[in-house]
Unconditional design. Structure first.
Length: 186
């Protein structure tokens, strides 16, 4: 019987959990049963591209948190990206987007802000939040360290990892002796 080293087993386990996180995001409840959620797993050279873009943003904006989180990305096995096509109307005329009704929202110019495209339908953003929570819950159920990070999504949007998404968030995952995502002092 071969011996499977801890590092190899953990890497394989993290890969499997990443895939299960995508499954959880996909099957999370969606408003009206309409699925406008986008998901992907980022690893290898693409993960380093994401971290480099976060470093660039840190420099441009003088925000140390981008650099800190870029280091978290580098020290993670994978990053799960979850985005939404939030500029599509849901059809309730609720006004949560800031417009009187969905037709007015649909006619509104969709433009890139500092990080994301808006305005967004409130229900599509709720769907994104539920998908993110479901994915993070799956990681937690498997004792995998994770944290939902806005800054990862901002960098992913800038380098067009999900060009059709209006908003993206990232969830890096790791298995270390200490959770690297909750020591926020650096």
């Amino acid at each position: 019987m071969p011996i499977i080293k801890s590092k190899d087993a953990e890497k394989n386990g993290l890969s499997q959990v990443s895939k299960l996180m995508l499954l959880s995001a996909r099957t999370a409840p969606k408003s009206g049963g309409v699925d406008d959620i986008l998901t992907a797993i980022v690893s290898g050279p693409e993960k380093e591209s994401l971290a480099k873009e976060m470093d660039k943003i840190a420099e441009e904006r003088s925000i140390r948190g981008f650099r800190r989180d870029a280091n978290n990305v580098r020290n993670s096995e994978n990053v799960v990206l979850i985005g939404v096509r939030g500029t599509i109307k849901f059809g309730l005329d609720c006004g949560s987007c800031g417009y009187t009704n969905c037709e007015e929202f649909e006619r509104a110019e969709k433009k890139l802000g500092q990080d994301f495209i808006g305005p967004n339908c409130g229900f599509k953003l709720l769907d994104l939040g539920i998908a993110l929570g479901s994915a993070a819950k799956t990681a937690n159920l498997h004792n995998v360290d994770n944290r939902i990070m806005y800054r990862i999504g901002a960098a992913a949007k800038r380098i067009k990892m999900f060009p059709e998404a209006s908003v993206i968030m990232g969830i890096p995952i790791s298995a270390k002796g200490k959770n690297i995502y909750f020591d926020r002092s650096r």
